[in-house]
Design a protein around this ligand. Structure first.
Ligand code: HEC
Length: 123
């Protein structure tokens, strides 16, 4: 009888350890750097592809992940409020693209203003 309880208890502990372990793994997922987003979404052309409507569903999802990552960064230069506003506009536009909203392409083109953001935030 005692042995059975010990087995049950260890099975429970193992499951708990496993679940918290995997939750931690998700939370500690590598943060996305500004540089990565620039190379993949901006210079790499993913933003343009989504704005032109020729991107696949996976590519739209990826753009949203990249912009959320971008927004989680702090700008290397310039005002934090301005950075938040610019990156939030990108996240909103990418969300619109994922949902297939008609105004999303226009929003994406407007929000991905290279010069405006570089003048304010690129060292
Ligand atoms: C929301 C702000 C923002 C927008 C919009 C933006 N950039 Fe950037 N970009 C930055 C910042 C900030 C850096 C500097 C990153 C650093 O030095 O840490 C940068 C750096 C870069 C780099 C250098 C990346 C590297 O590390 O090699 C390239 C290339 C680039 N941007 C291209 C573009 C292009 C092309 C567009 C427009 C289609 C664009 N960016 C739009 C903020 C932005």
């Amino acid at each position: 009888m005692t042995k059975k309880w010990i087995m049950l208890a260890s099975a429970f502990l193992f499951t708990t350890a496993f679940l918290t372990g995997s939750a931690r793994f998700v939370a500690e997922d590598e943060p996305i750097t500004i540089s990565e987003v620039m190379k993949e979404a901006m210079k790499g052309g993913l933003n343009k592809k989504v704005a032109e409507g020729s991107a696949s569903a996976d590519e739209k999802d990826r753009l949203l992940v990249l912009y959320k990552g971008l927004a989680a960064n702090e700008p290397p230069q310039g005002d934090l409020e301005s950075w938040k506003a610019k990156t939030a506009a990108l996240v909103l536009a990418a969300e619109g693209a994922v949902k297939g909203e008609a105004e999303a392409p226009g929003l994406l083109k407007g929000a991905a203003n290279c010069k405006a953001c570089h003048d304010a935030h690129r060292p």
